[in-house]
Design a protein around this ligand. Structure first.
Ligand code: HMG
Ligand code: MG
Length: 304
């Protein structure tokens, strides 16, 4: 019969790079995006339009977006290429650069909200609503993120009711989907199960949710699998397992895209991604960044 499939949102060029201190040339970022596209990824978060003091690595966002390569890609109706924006100013820059989709982000908790976007959860939500309502007028799709679904890096455990409140607010305002961020990577499958049961029990449609799991404690792929079993069909991940947020100290990268793809393909679940090409890209970017490649799927597939 028709096979199952999941949608993967590749966040490598944004989450993957944002916390790296060493200068990365714009040309390397563009080549990364091209290679990801060539590997079959059809949803790629390109960059973020945020304060360059907060995230110096992505200060070249406008050069990335304005490049002929990205301007061409933005015209391709088969690709979703969101850009992260914290406020209306970021949205306006996105609009000027022909961006068709943006992502807004809030935290379920006060500590991370203050550290990450310098305001309360409530103010973060109202800024997000402003962005969403203006974006809707420009026919720009908006994805939402809720961070700290399990814990706040400064305050400890998160109340699930706070996660629910943020999700509802973002969906009501017009986000087509909300991605659940385990920002610090503390969650385990039992935590995923508990939170999803709670959200579904409170009327959140699983079709509107995505999973965004950081891999600090090695549980991210297991968490994605548990979320899949519970009905989630969209997953954020980062090539080579890059990623992390400077305002969540100690958090490791996102689940590696190649690990997710390998896991889903082995279960007969389609992703549309060419795994050998993706692994090659993971090795290439790791080398470019002077890191040893941390993936494990390459050895599983005996690809050198
Ligand atoms: P602020 O200091 O409260 O407000 O920052 P501000 O309006 O005074 O802005 C500060 C500076 O940023 C000013 O520059 C503004 O002009 C500039 P200065 O005058 O000092 O030179 N600025 C901007 N520049 C470019 N584009 C803009 C923009 N807006 C202001 N759109 C603000 C508030 C939200 C701007 C700041 O805190 C910020 O940019 N934060 C973003 C932090 C960030 O990007 N974090 C990482 C992404 S979130 C994440 O990783 C989690 C996620 O992956 C999910 C998960 O894992 O949970 C999504
Ligand atoms: Mg993240």
């Amino acid at each position: 019969g028709a096979s199952e499939s999941v949608r993967i949102v590749e966040v490598g060029p944004r989450d993957g790079l944002q916390n790296i201190r060493e200068h990365i040339p714009t040309s390397t970022k563009l080549e990364l995006i091209q290679r990801l596209e060539d590997a079959g990824l059809t949803a790629i978060e390109l960059t973020s339009l945020v304060s360059s003091k907060a995230i110096p690595q992505l200060a070249d966002a406008q050069d990335v977006l304005g490049s002929p390569q990205i301007q061409r890609a933005l015209q391709n109706p088969l690709l979703r290429l969101p850009v992260l924006v914290p406020n209306v100013r970021g949205l306006q820059t996105a609009i000027r650069n022909n961006v068709k989709e943006v992502a807004v982000f809030v935290s379920a908790t006060e500590g991370f909200s203050k550290a990450n976007i310098n305001c309360s959860v409530e103010t973060g939500l109202s800024r997000a609503r402003e962005v969403i309502s203006l974006a809707c007028r420009y026919n720009i799709a908006v994805r939402g993120y809720v961070s700290c679904i399990f814990e706040d890096p400064y305050e400890g455990p998160t109340d699930s009711a706070a996660v629910l409140r943020c999700i509802k607010s973002l969906l009501d305002a017009g986000c087509y989907e909300v991605s659940l961020g385990d920002t610090t990577g503390i969650g385990r499958p039992t935590d995923v199960q508990r939170l999803l049961d709670y959200l579904v029990g409170n009327g959140v449609p699983l079709k509107k949710l995505a999973g965004h799991f950081h891999d600090t404690r090695g549980q991210a792929a297991a968490n994605a699998w548990e979320a899949y079993r519970r009905g989630i069909r969209v997953f954020d991940s980062s090539v080579g397992g890059l990623g992390g947020c400077p305002f969540a100290p100690g958090a490791k990268g996102n689940v590696a895209t190649e690990d997710l793809v390998h896991m889903f393909h082995s279960a007969g679940i389609e992703t549309g991604v060419d795994l050998p090409r993706l692994i090659e890209t993971a090795q290439w970017i790791s080398h470019k960044l002077g890191k040893s490649y941390s993936g494990r799927v390459d050895t599983a597939l005996a690809i050198k």
